[in-house]
Design a protein. Structure first.
Lengths: 159, 198
């Protein structure tokens, strides 16, 4: 099995990783998390075994980078009188979805991000978020049940 | 259940651009590439921090060439057109008849041994002139290795820039070419026209 040029990794998995980042850290910080994820992946890529599951590897890196981004944001958070303008460009149609996901409890949000958006098996998700695979599965189905209520369009998007 | 909310292509393109810039700043852009439209079809151009490492014709299958670069040079390969602006500019000038020699840093790491000797002597053939495979064998110091010269030219990693198209058969017919016989004729015609006008 040959190592693909990294460009193909970005093309094949860029959108998935961005969905995961948006779900975990929200649309504003998702760009940072995405960039940090792919930069770290590019750095480590030569040492990745050729038969590795690249998407699972990327989602795992995205989890770590999301934590970093949230920590950094918390460190730099200062009260301001006016909220400065920021360029946020998620599509209008999906704005409600990201808001609905953001409203989930942390663990549910993480499981929805890593399993339902990122395709990571529950065993691997549990290794990232703690607890058992069964608990991750329950958190995921609770999260999806809530999303079905708060964002009904989701069923039409099921693939 | 899985779902996949839309991500716009332009958002991914913007993020890709940031990634390329940061990769370059962190010395992680081992191979940068772009394509260039030319009179001999779409060319793939790839460079390392040391210089231009590969030029490939469409008939050579760009995806296969990129896969080979990932194995032979580094898998840290990204499409990064701005990194090859200088290369694209010189090639555009060449195809427009305004440039007869290239002034670009080259990375010759894909070349070894006799093939390297042959390819490095290609620029000895002046713009608008040709040499036979036998003459090239002599130039490379192995007069009897005529067939090996043919192989070296066919496998030249930097066609156009290192002018293997100027190596022709002893009877004057163009002979084979990595980019196809038609591409070779196009380049020889271009150089003949510009050479006469100069």
């Amino acid at each position: 099995m040959v190592k693909e040029p990294f460009e193909r990794v970005v093309v094949q998995h860029g959108a998935t990783v961005l969905r995961v980042c948006r779900a975990v850290v929200g649309p504003v910080d998702a760009d940072d998390a995405w960039s940090e994820t792919f930069l770290a992946a590019l750095r480590a890529y030569p040492d990745l075994p050729p038969d590795a599951n690249v998407e699972a590897w990327l989602v795992t890196i995205a989890h770590r980078k999301a934590i970093d981004v949230v920590r950094r944001a918390a460190r730099h958070a200062v009260p301001v009188a006016e909220v400065p303008d920021r360029v946020i460009t998620p599509q209008g149609r999906d704005l409600d979805l990201w808001a609905a996901i953001a409203a989930l409890p942390t663990k549910q949000r993480q499981v929805v991000a890593y399993h339902h958006l990122g395709g990571l098996p529950y065993d691997d998700v549990a290794a990232l978020v703690g607890g058992t695979a069964a608990a991750a599965r329950r958190a995921g189905s609770d999260g999806v049940a809530t999303l079905r209520r708060t964002y009904p369009v989701i069923d039409q998007e099921e693939s | 259940m899985t779902f996949a909310p839309d991500i716009a292509d332009d958002e991914l393109a913007r993020l890709h651009g940031h990634l390329v810039a940061r990769a370059a700043a962190d010395d992680l852009l081992d191979v940068a590439y772009r394509t260039l439209d030319s009179p001999v079809g779409t060319l793939l151009l790839a460079r390392t921090p040391a210089g231009l490492v590969r030029v490939a014709y469409g008939v050579q299958d760009h995806e296969a060439v990129l896969t080979a670069l990932a194995q032979q040079v580094s898998p840290r390969v990204l499409e990064a057109p701005a990194q090859l602006d200088d290369v694209a500019r010189e090639l555009d000038e060449y195809f427009a008849g305004r440039r007869t020699t290239f002034d670009l840093p080259l990375d010759l790491q894909l070349l070894r041994g006799f093939r390297r000797d042959v390819v490095l002597h290609l620029p000895d053939i002046a713009y608008g002139r040709t040499a036979s495979y036998a003459q090239m064998a002599q130039l490379a110091g192995s007069p009897r290795a005529v067939r090996a010269v043919g192989t070296a030219c066919a496998l030249n990693p930097l066609p156009v820039v290192l002018p293997c198209h100027r190596v022709v058969r002893s009877d004057g017919t163009p002979g084979q070419y990595a980019g196809g016989a038609a591409a070779k004729l196009t380049l020889l015609d271009l150089e003949a026209r510009v050479g006469v006008a100069a």
